[in-house]
Write a protein that binds this ligand. Structure first.
Ligand code: C2E
Ligand code: CA
Ligand code: CA
Length: 740
C-alpha cells in the first residue's frame, strides 16, 4: 500500500485514502459534515528536544485517540503532513466543540515534561461541489489564523478568512513597490521618565501610507511580512531612517536621545545582524548605545540558542537591548536571566487590564524582579492619569503611551525636541559600566585572567567562559589593572583588554606591560570593535592576539587557549590549565573539534621534532540506520562508540568527532609496526554493532606526522584519502590503509 493511501506512522489514511473516503461520505449520504484540521503547536521543538521517536509516539497517541472517538461514526481521519491531522465528521449542533474538548483533554493528559497543545480549524461543508482538497485547505487556513495565539484553541473558516487572505495577497503584491516609492514612513513615540516627567527616549514605529488603501496599520502588515520574509528589508529601512534622524538631531546640537527600533524574529536568524547594525550606526556616526533594539518576547521561544548567541553579540557590540511585550504570551523568566537584557517593556495588557488590582500585584512583582536584575522597566500603552499614578507607586522607570503622546511623524517629533527638556535613558554614569576598582571573582582555579573592559557585561561573559578553570579579575581602569598585576604577578596568566578605555587605553597599557621585563611574559589579548583599527599596531607592540567584538564563545575560548599554550611553551606559564579549557560535546562527552584542532596545532608548534599518529574512523551504514530506525538511533550509536573510544585511549590522546559519523584520534607518538595492526584491529572489533539487521562497522584511515602531513590540514586530508581507499577496497571492510 502506498503512503498516500495510509500513513505509516499512525495507520490513519493518507491523502488519497482520505479524499476518497470523504468524497464518498459527502456524496452518498444526506448528512452534513464538518472537516476539522488539527495542528500540534511547536511540534518541531518536541522533535528537536525529545527526538523523532518521541515525536512519533505523540503522533501515534493522537491518532489513536481520534480513531477511538470517531470509530462508531460516519467519519474518517488522516495525517496530512508532519503534525497536521484532518478528520471528517457528521455535523451535529455542538459536536465540534465536544470533539475539540475531548481531544484537548486527551492531549493534556499526555505525559511529556513539556506542555503539548493542539489547535483546531473547522470548515463546515456547505458547498458540496468543491474538492475535498479545497475543503481541507479551508480548515487549514482557519487553524493557521490562530497559530501562536495562546488563548484561542479553535477557529471556523468563514468569509472573513477569505477576505483576510485576499488582503494578504494585495499587501504582498504591493510591498516591494511601496518600499521603492517611499510609501513607508517612520513615526516616533516618545518615552517619558516617570521621575522627572521629561522625554527620555523614543520608539520608531513604521507607517504605511498606501496610495489607495490609505494608512495601513503595522499590526496588519508586519505579521504578513514576517511570514513572507519581507520584514527584514523593511526593518533595514526603518533602522536606517532612524539613524538618519538621530544623527540629524545630534548635528543640530541637541543632546542625543536614544531611539529604539523593532527587531523582528526573522532578523535574528541573520547571524550577521551585529555587523549589519554596527556598519549602519558607523555610517551615521552614532554610538551603538544610542540605538536601542526591541526584541519581542515570542522570539525567545523559538530558536533560543541562536537567539542568545545573536543577542549576546549585539550587546557586546554596545547596543542596548529592550525586551518587548514582556508578559504577553509565552513568558519565560528563564530567558531574562540568560539574555543580556537592559530594559524590560511591560506589555500593554498589564497596564490596561480592567482587573487593576490583580495586575498591580503582577506588575509589582515584575518591577521588583527587574530591579533585582538591574533592569529598567518601561510600561507601554499608558492612557490615563490613574495608570500613571499606579505605575509611579510601584516605581516603574519609564512610560510610553497615548496619555503623553501618540506616535508622531519625524518632522513633528523633531520640532517637539526643540522645545522640551530631555533626560536620556541610560547615561554614561550608568551601572552597566565597569567600576574603576579591581574586582576579583573566584572561579575553580587560583590563576587569574585579568579583564580590562568598560562594560560590565563583557567582564561577566568572560568570567562565565573561563570560571571552570580560572578566576577572573576585572576593572574598567587600565592604571588599576597595572597596579593589580604588580601585586599579583605570579597569579595573572592573561590580560584581556579593550582597545579604547576611559583614561589610559589598552594600547598604552600594552606598551607599559611589554616594557617591563617580568610583565612582558604575561600575554595580552586586545579586543576592539570593528572599524576601530589597531590590529597591526597591537600585534607589533607584542599583543598575543587581537579579537574583534562581538566574539562568540567558541572563538574566544579557542583563541585564549592558543595564546595560553603559546605562552606556556615560551615561558612555561600555566601549561596545565591551558589544556583544560576545552569545550566538550554534551552528548558524546568528547571535546569539540575546534578545540581538538587547536590542541593538535599546539602540539605541532611546541614539539617540532615529535612524531604522531592521526587516525580517522568513519562509521558505515548510518544512513541505513537512519532510514529504518530514525535519527535518534544514529545518535545512540555515535554516543555508544564515543564511550568506547573514550575508555580505550589515554589522557594525552585527543579524541573528537571530526564530522557527522566520523571520529578522529590524535596520538602524540608513533606506533611500532607490530602494535599498529593490533591496535587498529582491536578498534574495528570494538566499534561495530547490528541495529535492526543493519551491520554498523568502521572504516579507518591513518596518516602519520610529520611524514603524512606537516600541518593539521594536510594530516586530516591524507587520513581522509587513506580512509576513502579503505572504503573502496574490495579486500574487506576492515582493511586499513596506511598513507605513504
Ligand atoms: P509594539 O512594538 O508593541 O508597539 C507599540 C504599539 O502600541 C504601537 O502600535 C503604538 O502605536 C501602540 N501604542 C502606543 N501607545 C499606546 C496607547 O496608549 N494605547 C494603545 N492602545 N496603543 C498604544 P503600532 O504602531 O500600530 O505597531 C504595532 C506593532 O507593529 C508593534 O507593536 C510592532 O510589533 C510592530 N511594528 C511597528 N513598527 C515596526 C517596525 O518598524 N518593524 C517591525 N519589525 N515591527 C514593527
Ligand atoms: Ca516595540
Ligand atoms: Ca510592545
Amino acid at each position: 500500500m502506498n503512503s498516500e493511501e495510509r500513513d505509516v506512522i499512525t495507520g490513519l489514511y493518507g491523502k488519497d485514502g482520505f479524499y476518497r473516503e470523504a468524497r464518498m461520505l459527502i456524496d452518498t449520504t444526506e448528512n452534513e459534515y464538518d472537516i476539522i484540521a488539527m495542528d500540534i503547536e511547536r511540534f518541531k521543538i518536541i522533535n528537536d528536544n525529545y527526538g523523532t521517536e518521541e515525536g512519533d509516539r505523540l503522533l501515534k497517541y493522537i491518532a489513536d485517540r481520534m480513531v477511538t472517538y470517531t470509530d462508531s461514526m460516519n467519519s474518517a481521519a488522516m495525517r496530512m503532513s508532519a503534525d497536521c491531522f484532518f478528520i471528517i465528521v457528521e455535523h451535529h449542533e455542538g459536536f465540534e466543540e465536544q470533539f475539540i474538548s475531548y481531544m484537548r483533554n486527551e492531549v493534556n493528559n499526555y505525559d511529556l515534561s513539556m506542555k503539548v497543545t493542539v489547535k483546531f480549524g473547522i470548515y463546515k461543508v456547505e458547498d458540496k461541489t468543491i474538492s475535498v482538497a479545497k475543503m481541507c485547505n479551508r480548515a487549514l487556513l482557519a487553524v493557521e489564523m490562530i497559530k501562536g495565539k495562546y488563548d484561542v484553541s479553535f477557529n471556523y473558516y468563514d468569509d472573513s478568512i477569505r477576505k483576510k487572505m485576499e488582503l494578504e495577497q494585495t499587501i504582498t503584491n504591493d510591498m516591494e513597490s511601496a518600499l521603492a516609492n517611499r510609501e513607508f514612513e517612520v513615526y516616533f513615540q516618545p518615552k517619558y521618565d516617570l521621575l522627572t516627567d521629561k522625554v527620555a527616549g523614543a520608539e520608531a514605529l513604521v507607517r504605511w501610507k498606501h496610495p489607495i488603501r490609505g494608512m495601513i496599520s503595522p499590526g496588519i502588515f508586519i505579521p504578513i511580512f514576517e511570514r513572507n520574509g519581507f520584514v527584514t528589508k523593511l526593518d533595514m529601512f526603518v533602522w536606517e531612517e532612524t539613524c538618519k534622524y538621530i544623527s540629524q538631531w545630534k548635528q543640530k546640537g541637541r543632546v542625543s536621545i536614544p531611539v529604539s527600533v523593532n527587531v523582528s524574529r526573522c532578523d535574528i536568524y541573520n547571524t550577521n545582524l551585529p555587523q549589519v547594525l554596527l556598519e549602519l550606526v558607523g555610517r551615521y556616526n552614532i554610538n551603538p548605545d544610542e540605538l536601542h533594539l526591541e526584541i519581542t518576547e515570542t522570539a525567545y521561544t523559538e530558536d533560543s540558542e541562536q537567539l542568545i548567541e545573536v543577542v549576546s553579540q549585539l550587546k557586546m557590540s554596545g547596543f542596548i537591548i529592550e525586551m518587548d511585550d514582556f508578559g504577553s504570551g509565552y513568558s519565560s523568566l528563564n530567558m531574562i536571566s540568560e539574555l543580556p537584557i537592559d530594559i524590560l517593556k511591560l506589555d500593554m495588557r498589564f497596564v490596561q487590564s480592567d482587573n487593576a488590582n490583580n495586575n498591580k500585584n503582577i506588575m509589582n512583582f515584575v518591577v521588583g524582579l527587574a530591579k533585582w536584575m538591574n533592569l529598567l522597566v518601561v510600561a507601554e500603552g499608558v492612557e490615563t492619569q490613574e495608570q500613571i499614578n499606579s505605575l509611579k507607586s510601584i516605581e516603574c522607570n519609564y512610560v510610553q503611551g497615548f496619555f503623553y503622546s501618540k506616535p508622531l511623524p519625524g518632522n513633528e517629533f523633531t520640532q517637539q525636541l526643540k522645545d522640551i527638556e530631555i533626560s536620556p535613558m541610560i547615561n554614561d554614569s550608568d551601572k552597566t559600566r565597569t567600576k574603576d576598582e579591581v574586582v576579583l571573582r573566584k572561579g575553580a582555579g587560583e590563576k587569574v585572567i585579568l579583564v580590562v573592559d568598560g562594560m560590565q557585561w563583557n567582564c561577566d561573559t568572560i568570567y562565565e567562559y573561563f570560571k571552570s578553570t580560572y578566576s577572573v579579575a576585572y576593572t574598567g581602569n587600565a592604571q588599576n589593572a597595572i597596579n593589580y598585576i604588580e601585586d599579583n604577578y605570579d597569579k595573572v596568566v592573561l590580560v584581556i583588554s579593550e582597545l579604547i578605555l576611559k583614561g589610559m587605553g589598552g594600547m598604552e597599557m600594552l606598551i607599559k606591560l611589554k616594557a617591563e621585563r617580568e610583565f612582558a611574559k604575561i600575554p595580552v589579548i586586545i579586543t576592539a570593535q570593528l572599524g576601530q583599527g589597531g590590529e597591526e599596531m597591537a600585534l607589533a607592540l607584542g599583543a598575543s592576539d587581537f579579537i574583534l567584538k562581538p566574539y562568540s564563545k567558541g572563538v574566544m575560548m579557542r583563541r585564549v587557549q592558543n595564546v595560553l599554550l603559546q605562552s606556556s611553551m615560551k615561558y612555561g606559564r600555566d601549561k596545565e590549565n591551558a589544556d583544560n579549557i576545552a569545550n566538550t560535546n554534551p552528548s558524546t562527552g568528547l571535546i569539540e573539534s575546534s578545540d581538538a584542532s587547536a590542541r593538535i596545532f599546539g602540539f605541532m608548534k611546541s614539539r617540532k621534532d615529535a612524531e604522531a599518529t592521526y587516525v580517522l574512523i568513519s562509521v558505515q551504514n548510518l544512513d541505513k540506520v537512519k532510514d529504518i530506525c530514525g535519527h535518534s538511533k544514529v545518535c545512540e550509536v555515535i554516543e555508544q562508540f564515543a564511550a568506547i573510544l573514550k575508555k580505550s585511549f589515554r589522557k594525552d590522546e585527543i579524541i573528537y568527532q571530526s564530522a557527522p559519523g566520523e571520529f578522529a584520534i590524535f596520538l602524540p607518538r608513533k606506533f611500532a609496526d607490530s602494535e599498529f595492526d593490533a591496535r587498529l584491529d582491536e578498534l574495528q572489533k570494538m566499534l561495530k554493532c547490528t541495529v535492526d539487521n543493519v551491520d554498523v562497522y568502521c572504516a579507518i584511515g591513518v596518516s602519520e606526522y610529520p611524514a603524512g602531513g606537516m600541518n593539521y590540514q594536510m594530516l586530516y586530508q591524507n587520513a581522509k584519502i587513506a580512509l576513502m581507499e579503505a572504503k573502496a577496497s574490495n579486500a574487506g571492510k576492515y582493511k586499513v590503509f596506511k598513507y605513504k
